[in-house]
Structure formats: C-alpha cells, structure tokens
Design a protein around this ligand. Structure first.
Ligand SMILES: [Zn+2]
Length: 307
C-alpha cells in the first residue's frame, strides 16, 4: 500500500510492505507525519521536495532499524516490528533521526561522524520544538550519553577514528559544543540551527555530495561566525576532551538520578533555553510546516490541522 503525505510543499510517499502488523495504516501514517512535522519545524520546511518512506514489517516489537539514502531524491527504509503498539511509535526517535539525514549533504566516508552527529543532536531538539518531547528529557539523555563521544586512548581525531562512540556521540558532541559557542559569540542571536538551515538553503541536501570544509564555511556564513570551521580544524586530527562537567554547570543542568534539574540562575541558562526554544522565524513560517493534506492511494483520505 502506498500513501502520500504533504508537508508544506513536500511530498512524502509512504509504502508499507506486506506483513501482519498490529498497527493500522492510519497509525503508521500518523507516525510518519509526526516525524516529518518535527523535522520541518526545525528546518523551517521539510528538507527535500519529495522522499519515499518504505516501512518494512519484521518479527518482534518496536522500531528497529532505519537507513536513509540520497538517490531518487531521497529514500528512507525503516523496519517496524509486527507486534509494535501505537504508544511505542509515539516515543520513537528513529524516524526523525533518519529524516534529519535528508537535510545535510552527503560526505566522504571519513566525515561520516558529522552526518550522524547532526542527526543525533538535532533529533530531540526538533521533537521538542514540535512539542513532541520535553527539554528535561533531552538534557537527561545528553548528560547520560554525551560522555560516549569523548576520545578514548589511541584516538586520532574525528576524521580518523571511526568507532561507534566517536561517530554518533563524538559527532553529537561537536554539534553541542558548536551550538553553545555560536550562541555565546552572537549573544544568543544565532545557533547551530541557523547554520544548518543555511547549509540546507544553499542547496546542501542529501542528494548532493559536498566537501566538509565548504559545508562548514556555508554554515558559518549563516551565523556570522567561524565556529564550525575553527572547531573542525581543532578536532579533525586531534583527540579533544570536552569538560562536560563545567558545561553542564554553566548551562544550569544538574543530574538528579535518571532525570535533571534545570537552574534558571546559571550563567548560560539563557543559552540552554534558546537551544530548545522554537526558532525565532517559527511564528511567521508556520504554514511551511503544517500538513496541507493526507492522501491515501489516489483519493483524499482526510486532512489534519494543527493549532
Ligand atoms: Zn543515522
């Protein structure tokens, strides 16, 4: 079965392969739409004009494995357990992660860490900005997981160390440190979100092969800083440890068991709030994000509006 969702001006063709799913097609389409809305909220529009999302039923429960490809305009394959319940889809991060990949140009293999780092770092922020998740949850997750991105013994910098931790969380750590630094240098007027929108708006989506240094320069132009280029120059060939304890303290994030307390009188509390706040352009640009219609097959099945 194939259905088409429209998000702003973008067409998302969703195909569900044959299987014995407990979930209804409507529940699966709602899941795709929710993920698409979060990514469109973050970027101000859906990153590509068209993409195919192929849902592949597998044994078991939960969203299992996603892959995103840059050919034919964009293709996402994602495996969903046949026993999966709707509540599990509501908490899913994986489809948003895959859709974030659509927004960034394809890189040479040694720079895979930036592709994964952006997807890991942007995914919860996109969902928070779309009101699908709360900020406390993201900060608790980052306090737990960011240390996985620190260089270990024998590390030779992000371009030469292709472990899982350095690829996913080392890349996310790069994004996080860059985000804080851009906000400090611009008196909190710009952030990584502006850099990533700038790269996308300059034509840097997944269907294009770009060179990393050029991509980061394009991002820097959008913030009026050199933060991304400078950080890359320092981190690409060297193991740079980040003083996370100091960063959490400055941002006003205090670990409290499995959750966190957020302090409003910390020196960088405003930076912390700005990282997850809606982008300043959101007020004027909400039409780009709202889905205009949902099509099932060739006939219009219905449309949803959001407040
Ligand atoms: Zn990924």
């Amino acid at each position: 079965m194939t259905s088409t969702l429209l998000i702003g001006g973008s067409k998302i063709d969703v195909s569900i392969e044959a299987g014995e799913m407990k979930l209804t097609h409507a529940e699966l389409l709602h899941w795709v739409q929710t993920a698409a809305e979060s990514v469109a909220t973050y970027y101000g529009r859906y990153p590509v004009t068209g993409v195919q999302v192929r849902i592949i039923p597998v044994d078991g429960s939960g969203v299992r494995h996603g892959q995103t490809f840059g050919y034919d305009g964009g293709l996402i394959k994602i495996r969903v357990g046949e026993q999966t319940q709707a509540a599990e889809l509501a908490n899913d991060w994986m489809l948003t992660h895959e859709m974030v990949h659509l927004s960034f140009p394809s890189m040479a293999d040694e720079h895979h860490w930036i592709e994964e780092g952006i997807a890991v770092y942007v995914e919860p922020i996109a969902r928070i900005q779309a009101k699908q998740m709360i900020a406390e949850q993201m900060w608790a997750d980052l306090v737990r997981d960011m240390p996985k991105g620190q260089p270990q013994e024998g590390d030779r910098g992000l371009d030469h160390t292709h472990s899982w931790g350095r690829t996913y969380w080392g890349g996310a750590l790069f994004c996080f440190v860059a985000d804080v630094e851009i906000r400090k240098q611009t008196y909190n007027q710009k952030g990584l979100q502006d850099a990533l929108r700038g790269i996308l708006d300059a034509g840097g989506g997944i269907t294009h092969d770009w060179e990393l240094a050029r991509t980061l320069r394009t991002g820097d132009q959008a913030t009026g800083t050199a933060v991304l280029s400078d950080l890359y120059a320092k981190w690409k060939d060297n193991p740079v440890q980040v003083d996370l304890a100091s960063l959490w303290k400055e941002l006003g994030i205090v670990a409290d068991g499995k959750s966190v307390r957020l302090l409003e009188d910390a020196p960088l509390a405003a930076v912390r709030r700005a990282i997850t706040a809606p982008h300043p352009s959101t007020q004027t640009n909400s039409q780009a994000v709202s889905p205009s219609a949902v099509f099932a097959g060739r006939s219009i099945a219905g449309s949803r509006s959001r407040s």
